[in-house]
Write a protein that binds this ligand. Structure first.
Ligand SMILES: [Zn+2]
Length: 455
């Protein structure tokens, strides 16, 4: 029997930097190639060399286009990776958008650091450039869902939709006589715009995400809660700010808000502003691949027609100072940067306004600080008191909760022989490990970064 080794280079005991290496006698396959985000100690890991010779990696498989899964690709290519990078069509378009944006931000950060001399490195350099990102696109190779692809004589892979964002998939790798499934980020069973996660029937080893391994989402009253907080805020002449990932979440939020208008739950003339060039471009890509959603293209066009989309940064100040109540959707989703900070600087100190948190907030981010009842928020070197209503709506999450993760495992005709947990913070992983072992009697291991495990 052939020896297969799994080794995580990132996304182990944390939710960012996903990079899981499958070493076999025929091929070494890296599943996902993400950037670390959030805490400074994590971000610094992006600058350290990987604990592997990059030329040993033959193939990259990308489950989806979020930065914490694809953001390291330009650096991998820059440092010598020559193989193909497999992904679905929508993932390809979204990954290009996200990587170009990431490269541009890094170039700008390095420029700023050099200009203001706040760098230990002289001169400060970007992690990678726009040019590096563009070069890596040449290695992108698209695949269809539900089709087995032969990677080498004894290794095949197959992608299946996982309902997390458009194009996102779980991946099955059949390797000699073993089947290994990488869950990717698993979506919700009842997303407003995406089909539910598909599943596989057999796995000797399941490498599974555990972001919400210790939590249940509150699904009961998502539309009611949104309706309540929007109407409550506009009655007080306030603004509703929804920090949002540009890809996936922003489009789902737009769809749900349009439903609330259609059902006369919120005023028809309440302006909804999408202030994010990235989200605007991601929306264009979603329109191009509307068949990957559960909403048809005509309906999407009608919805988007009623949204004010702002791409120009010059216009943001004007919208910030506009006195009319409105809903603003802007990035970044965890408040680590982006235009949403301009709105927060203006609005967070006033109890008339409401910040709706609709996505996962990693440790060390401003979003997590708000959820932890922080009394002030530091933005661009200055502290702002937190007086606005801070409301978390977990029903809008793009990640399965504990019960949905358990349900997803139960769908296997033959239960997986072993599960390895990745992509979760320690408390979530520990809770899910115990839950799976107790309820399903499947051995579970929490994968530790750089540890080689023979499977
Ligand atoms: Zn994701």
């Amino acid at each position: 029997m052939d020896t297969i080794i799994i080794k995580s280079l990132g996304g182990a005991e944390t939710v960012t930097g996903s990079k899981h290496l499958l070493k076999t006698s025929e091929l070494n396959i890296l599943v996902d190639c993400g950037l670390f985000q959030g805490l400074k100690s994590l971000r610094e890991q992006n600058w350290k060399s990987l604990n592997i010779d990059i030329e040993e990696i033959d193939i990259v498989i990308l489950t989806h286009a979020h930065l914490d899964h694809c953001g390291y690709i330009p650096l991998l290519v820059k440092n010598g990776f020559k193989g193909k990078i497999y992904m679905t069509e929508p993932t390809k378009e979204l990954a290009k958008l996200i990587l170009l944006d990431s490269a541009k931000l890094q170039e700008e950060d390095a420029e700023k650091a050099n200009y203001h001399h706040y760098t230990k490195h002289n001169p400060a350099k970007p992690l990678y450039t726009v040019n590096n990102a563009e070069k890596s696109f040449k290695q992108f190779y698209t695949v269809k869902e539900n089709v087995s692809i032969k990677l080498s004589e004894h290794i095949q892979c197959r992608f299946k939709t996982c309902g997390h964002i458009i194009g996102a998939c779980s991946v099955e790798i059949v390797c000699f006589d073993k089947t290994i499934v990488f869950s990717g980020d698993i979506g919700r069973n009842h997303s407003a715009i995406l089909p539910p996660p598909d599943f596989f029937t057999k796995a000797d080893l399941l490498v599974m995400e555990s972001t919400y391994g210790d939590r249940l989402h509150d699904n009961t009253n998502l539309y009611d809660s949104l309706e309540h907080w929007i109407n409550f805020t506009i009655k007080n002449n306030g603004n509703i700010i929804i920090p949002s990932f540009a890809v996936g979440r922003a489009q789902e939020v737009i769809y749900i808000l349009s439903q609330l208008k259609e059902q006369n739950k919120i005023p028809h003339d309440l302006p909804i502003i999408l202030d994010s060039p990235m989200a605007a471009s991601a929306t264009d890509i979603m329109l191009e691949y509307a068949e990957y959603t559960t909403v048809d293209k005509e309906k999407w066009l009608e919805i988007i027609d009623h949204i004010n989309i702002n791409r120009e940064y010059m216009n943001t100040a004007e919208i910030v100072h506009d006195k009319q109540s409105k809903i603003i959707i802007a990035g970044s989703g965890m408040l680590t940067g982006g235009r949403v900070l301009e709105y927060l600087k203006h609005d967070i100190g006033n109890s008339r306004n409401t910040v709706l948190i609709v996505g996962f907030q990693a440790e060390g981010t401003r979003g997590r600080a708000l959820l932890n009842d922080s009394h002030e928020l530091k933005i661009h070197g200055k502290y702002y008191p937190v007086k606005a209503n801070i409301v978390e709506l977990t029903g809008l999450s793009a990640h399965a909760d504990q019960s949905e993760l358990m349900e997803w495992i139960r769908k296997y005709k033959n239960p997986p022989q072993q599960i390895m947990l990745v992509h979760g913070e320690s408390s979530a992983q520990e809770a899910l490990r115990v839950k799976i072992q107790t309820d399903l009697k499947i051995p579970v291991k929490i994968l530790i970064k750089d540890e080689e495990v023979v499977c």
